[in-house]
Design a protein around this ligand. Structure first.
Ligand code: ZN
Length: 80
């Protein structure tokens, strides 16, 4: 169970949760961390999801921005 208080004034750090399987990733963020188009990799489901993170709230982005393009072959395309 994770309790992310969006109104708490805190410098607490949290591990970001995978938007797909809800497992903890190894990426942490602070309450004041702002991430934009961040490729969040989940060690559990082995998937990379592009997200925005603000005040520890994760928003999934569908597709990649033109200026960045899709992930390079070899990283996200791993078959297990
Ligand atoms: Zn996952």
């Amino acid at each position: 169970m994770s309790k992310i208080g969006r109104n708490e004034e805190t410098n607490e750090e949290k591990l970001l949760l995978c938007p797909i399987c809800n497992a903890k990733t190894r990426t942490k963020a602070y309450a004041k961390t702002v991430l934009s188009y961040f490729p969040l990799f989940c060690p559990k489901c082995k998937k990379e999801t592009v997200v925005n993170v603000k005040q520890l709230n994760i928003t999934v982005i569908n597709g990649y921005p033109k200026e960045i393009g899709p992930p390079k072959a070899g990283f996200a395309k791993r078959n297990y």
